[in-house]
Design a protein around this ligand. Sequence first.
Ligand code: FES
Length: 110
Amino acid sequence: MENFITIHVTDLEGTEHSIQAPTDMSFNVMEAIRANELPIKATCGGMAMCATCNCIVQSDHDLPEMSDDEEAMLDEAFVLDIEGSRLMCQIPVTSSIDGLQIQMGELTGE
Ligand code: FES
């Protein structure tokens, strides 16, 4: 599909989902996951203020550098030291992340 990429998401139960995300709607990965109706808290709605959209990036994609806010939030949530730890709401959906593989972080669930 044109203007869509695939993101592979492993949920907290270990089930893998391959979701399609549009690259032309200014979505971030958290919003793409929400739009596909996978359960994710994402309490702050994408402001890098809650860490309940945390994930572990397992593929080797070139992602945007972490902002200070993202780093501080991951640190506060005690997940910064986990390799590949990111906030999904801080990763824009663009063609450069096609095929991204992520594991939903523990904070995303109840
Ligand atoms: S949704 Fe709150 S930090 Fe991403």
